[in-house]
Design a protein around this ligand. Structure first.
Ligand code: GSH
Length: 223
């Protein structure tokens, strides 16, 4: 039995959740709050002091992308062919600056200041904008439409779809979903993934009020 431990938000665990649910493996989605997180950290249950972790019969695996690669193999989202596998890994590693774009805004308790900083991240010279432009270009360069140019959906798609669009759910104040309207290729890409039967099946029980609304077909169409 595998146990994925993370907060209830999509964040760095969502791609792993999708892969696990499509793997046919038995697994448990364990969500924790800040208090439980700190007690796990103090008990030495977190190899690198952070979440997510995956508890397996052989021990605990940390680091979201390491876990994604591990469960991606179980669910057929790691390409068999070596070059494609490397390109999927490359894409995932290349996305790290986007995952980090908001880091400097966490832990700022002054609401106005936090919102101002987040608007700056996705403003004209912001790091978020630079990363979105880069991803827009990467997607337009893909010959297959899948993020890493693989023959089928890969872990790179799970990471891009959940990691990128999850930023615009409203969970992070100061980040407006309308930003995405500036990126037509990313909207096309969203359509492709959100309408893929595997992804649709995973989000079948999700509605537009849910924090996961950004993963539903048409989520960004009106923006
Ligand atoms: N490189 C790590 C980063 C993990 C990380 O930043 N986890 C955050 C939640 S998204 C965390 O555990 N934060 C708790 C804290 O630092 O207080 C990964 O990708 O797993």
């Amino acid at each position: 039995m595998l146990r994925l431990i993370y907060f209830s938000t999509p964040g760095r665990a969502e791609a792993i959740r999708v892969a696990l649910s499509l793997s046919g493996e038995q697994w448990e989605d364990v969500t924790v709050d800040g208090i439980k997180y700190r007690s796990m950290k103090d008990n030495g249950d977190l190899p690198w002091g952070m979440l997510p972790v995956l508890q397996t019969p052989n021990g605990t695996i940390a680091e979201s992308t390491a876990i994604l690669r591990f469960v991606g193999r179980m669910s057929g989202f790691v390409p068999d062919e070596q070059f494609q596998r490397a390109k999927a890994d490359e894409f995932i590693d290349g996305m790290e600056p986007l995952s980090k774009a908001l880091d400097s805004t966490f832990g700022i308790s002054d609401d106005d200041e936090r919102i101002r900083l987040r608007k700056e991240v996705f403003g004209p010279d912001g790091n978020g904008t630079k990363n979105l432009l880069l991803l827009e270009r990467k997607i337009s360069e893909s010959k297959t439409g899948w993020a890493a140019g693989t023959d089928d959906m890969s872990i790179a798609d799970l990471k891009l779809f959940t990691g990128l669009f999850g930023l615009f759910s409203g969970n992070y104040d100061g980040i407006d979903a309308a930003v995405i309207s500036n990126y037509p290729r990313l909207i096309e890409y969203h359509d492709k993934i959100a309408n893929d039967p595997r992804i649709k099946q995973y989000y079948a029980g999700t509605n537009s009020e849910d924090i996961r609304w950004t993963f539903l077909p048409g989520a960004f169409k009106q923006n």
